[in-house]
Design a protein around this ligand. Structure first.
Ligand SMILES: Nc1nc2c(ncn2[C@@H]2O[C@H](COP(=O)(O)OP(=O)(O)O)[C@@H](O)[C@H]2O)c(=O)[nH]1
Ligand SMILES: [Mg+2]
Ligand SMILES: [Zn+2]
Length: 315
């Protein structure tokens, strides 16, 4: 069995009808694989996309046709309008983002996680948080859970995707994943490909250890790929990354993307930035445990960063 099948019984059809529609499941070296039902087609994008600097993305719904110009192969003739798209990883039409963070190895980067969550809430997709490798440091996993319990709408799950509970834990995650397209996202080495394989009950993706030298995740996964996990649920495994600067939010809009602030308008000032003003709702949120100290400290950091960015913009 190759690692490239969208389902376990793929038949590759000879030629799709002109105007056939499908979804891009991966793109490697400018060749995009499109699934039409259970048939897979390797396609080149039509030249016009390059012209308009439109790049097909995994998750794109497309039309394809035989490549008449070249006499063989297939070509993507149209990209359907996108519901949304993410920059990192570069995927389209996402219903939910499932962030994986490791309790340890690699060291959790909560600032990165907060920025990523913000960027997803900006795109109107759901968020699930999975804290993996609890076998290495259960206390660290629990502390991260406490930090995020009110931060995401799709649930926070502590798991260990290797070891005796792995299967049960993967089943719990599968249950939590909504129908539609869910992209697995997070630093390298946290267990995205391990989870993909568990959800599919086969070795669809290669997994890798940590680099002993840098203690950071090795980039074992280099491309995004969409799989059918059954029950109308599709998951995309993606490459890891360790920085994120692609979000663009006006400082005064920042609270809109914190779930903890949803429905709170109880500050003295209407345009309260929640960074130290008197009679601010933050005090109450913190004391009631609805906003964690960690999330708030990082909120203030991010707010500062966005203010500096805004100043630079108009200089
Ligand atoms: N100790 C421990 N190791 C794990 C767990 N889950 C995954 N790993 C290991 O972590 C390494 C990186 O996993 P991988 O799935 O390739 O991470 P990815 O880069 O996020 O796709 C592999 O060696 C896995 O075997 C876990 O729950 N506990
Ligand atoms: Mg991987
Ligand atoms: Zn306030």
């Amino acid at each position: 069995m190759t690692q490239n099948q969208i389902s376990d019984n793929v038949k590759v059809a000879a030629r799709p009808e002109s105007g056939a529609e499908g979804i891009i499941i991966r793109g490697i070296g400018g060749i995009y694989t499109v699934a039409c039902g259970t048939n897979l087609y390797d396609c080149r994008p039509r030249g016009i996309f390059r012209h308009e600097s439109v790049k097909p993305m995994v998750g794109d719904m497309v039309s394809l046709a035989p490549d008449r110009e070249n006499g063989s192969g297939f070509v993507i003739t149209e990209i359907k309008p996108r519901k949304n798209s993410l920059v990192r990883p570069s995927v389209a039409n996402v219903d939910c983002v499932l962030f994986i963070i490791a309790a340890a190895n690699p060291k959790p980067d909560l600032m990165l996680l907060d920025k990523l969550i913000l960027s997803v809430r900006q795109k109107n997709a759901g968020v699930i948080l999975v804290i993996n490798k609890s076998d290495i440091d259960g206390a660290a996993a629990e502390s991260i859970r406490k930090d995020y319990i009110n931060a995401v709408d799709g649930g926070v799950f502590i798991v260990s995707l290797e070891g005796k509970n792995a299967e049960k834990d993967a089943d719990m995650i599968k249950e939590a994943i909504p129908e539609g397209v869910t992209v697995l996202c997070g630093q390298s080495g946290v267990g995205k490909s391990t989870l993909t394989n568990r959800l599919l009950s086969r070795k669809a993706m290669i997994t890798g250890g940590l680099s002993a030298k840098t203690e950071r995740g090795r980039h074992t996964t280099r491309h995004s790929e969409l799989f059918d996990a059954g029950g109308g649920k599709y998951v995309i495994d993606s490459p890891g990354f360790s920085f994120f600067d692609a979000f663009d939010i006006a400082p005064k809009e920042l609270p809109d993307f914190y779930r903890e602030f949803d429905g709170r308008g109880l500050c003295r000032f209407q345009d309260c930035s929640h960074t130290g003003e008197p009679d601010c709702c933050v005090k109450e949120l913190l004391s009631e445990g609805l906003l964690s100290e960690g999330r708030y400290e990082r909120y203030k950091e991010i707010h500062k960063e966005l203010l500096a960015k805004e100043k630079n913009k108009y200089r």
